[in-house]
Design a protein around this ligand. Structure first.
Ligand SMILES: [Zn+2]
Length: 360
């Protein structure tokens, strides 16, 4: 199984040195695959460990002792969640191998320094303009172009088409590789759509009833595409202006600071990754993506009492300033395809575009 992808915004997959991209690394591609695979499994109530907490590990004795008939259950008994069963864990190899043929090139258009068209008054009373830094040398800049991902199954009970479907999902909605919050990794498939039904069918088999309140899942993600309101084109700064503007939504009161760091990320003190990501402009500057996840359990804040308040603020900002072409979110009136839908299988089917006709 081979999937050819084309970058719409440069791809960042990390490198040997932090903050530099020496070439496309398989681990960076696998990392984003695992993130979405986990979000889908959790969304369906399947078993998924929290790798930041307790990692799965395979114990052969437990496997041999298990009375289960079903292989998946046997592997659960042996200490592997539904994700680790496929993507690997301590003592257990991944069920697939990625063979990457990299025809991308370092993208000279990525500036080493991007300044938002915004400024604010800092705590010391001085005006500040947020600036983001990227690699200076061409050989370390993120990469643009074409890439072939060969997916090879290493087990007769794992179909590589499942992973190809996942690549299609990421191409449709999010970003591949690292630093999606800096706008990298929007891709499209070079040879037309890949069938997502094998992914859907496979995921049906992991559905269960485990709830997840603190981790990314289909139940708490939102996925959006935005266009300029007028005829203008977005420039590279739009990503950073938007990032800045969303951050400011949560800066109305010092009592919202913890929430702001939780939602938009922080590098101060304990590092927190941004939960809201936005792409760089693509399709000739006519389109951007915004997506993220906001869990039910949130830090206390003055102006935002719950998850809905947070997501509503983001949605409202986008609606006021852009044309929101599509907004996907479960159990929400904001969803533009199936509003107020609480059936996760329907949500997944429509995200995988398996029901285009019915909901067109
Ligand atoms: Zn696991």
């Amino acid at each position: 199984m081979e999937v050819r992808i084309q970058t719409l915004t440069p791809l960042w997959t990390g490198g040997v040195q932090a903050g530099k991209v020496d070439r496309i690394h398989e681990t960076g591609i696998l990392g984003s695959m695992r993130w979405w695979y986990e979000a889908i499994v959790r969304g369906l109530g399947g078993e998924c460990c929290d790798p930041s907490h307790t990692e799965c590990a395979f114990t052969e004795e437990k496997y041999l002792k298990s009375q289960a008939v079903d292989k998946r259950q046997k592997l659960h008994d042996a200490g592997l969640c539904d994700v680790c069963q496929v993507l690997g864990a301590t003592g257990w190899k991944r069920r697939l191998r990625l063979a990457i043929q990299d025809s991308t090139r370092h993208d000279p258009s990525i500036e080493d320094r991007l300044q938002a068209n915004r400024s604010y008054v800092g705590a010391n009373g001085r005006s500040r303009t947020p600036i983001w830094y990227f690699p200076k040398e061409l050989n370390y800049k993120p990469c643009s172009g074409e890439l072939s991902i060969g997916v090879q199954s290493l087990s007769n009970d794992f179909d590589p088409k499942v992973i190809a479907g996942l690549v299609q999902f990421i191409a449709d909605w999010a970003g591949m590789g690292a630093r999606a919050q800096m706008g990298f990794g929007v891709v499209q498939l070079a040879n037309g759509r890949v069938d997502t039904r094998p992914l859907y069918n496979y995921m049906q088999s992991v559905a269960g009833s485990h709830p997840y309140f603190k981790l990314p899942t289909l139940q708490n993600i939102f996925l959006a595409r935005i266009l300029p309101k007028d005829e203008r084109q977005f420039d590279e700064k739009e990503t950073f202006n938007l990032k800045y503007d969303l951050r400011r939504l949560f800066a109305l009161s010092v009592d919202d600071t913890e929430l702001r760091h939780f939602v938009m990320g922080t590098t101060r003190g304990t590092r927190i990754a941004a939960k809201v990501k936005m792409s760089r402009p693509y399709n000739g500057g006519k389109e951007m993506r915004v997506w993220g996840w906001i869990p039910k359990e949130l830090p206390n804040a003055k102006n935002f009492k719950n998850r809905n308040d947070v997501v509503q603020a983001i949605h409202q900002h986008l609606t006021n300033n852009y044309t929101v072409q599509v907004w996907r979110e479960m159990d929400s009136a904001r969803d533009t395809v199936v509003p107020n839908n609480n059936d996760v299988m329907t949500f997944l089917r429509t995200l995988l575009k398996l029901e285009e006709d019915r909901h067109a």
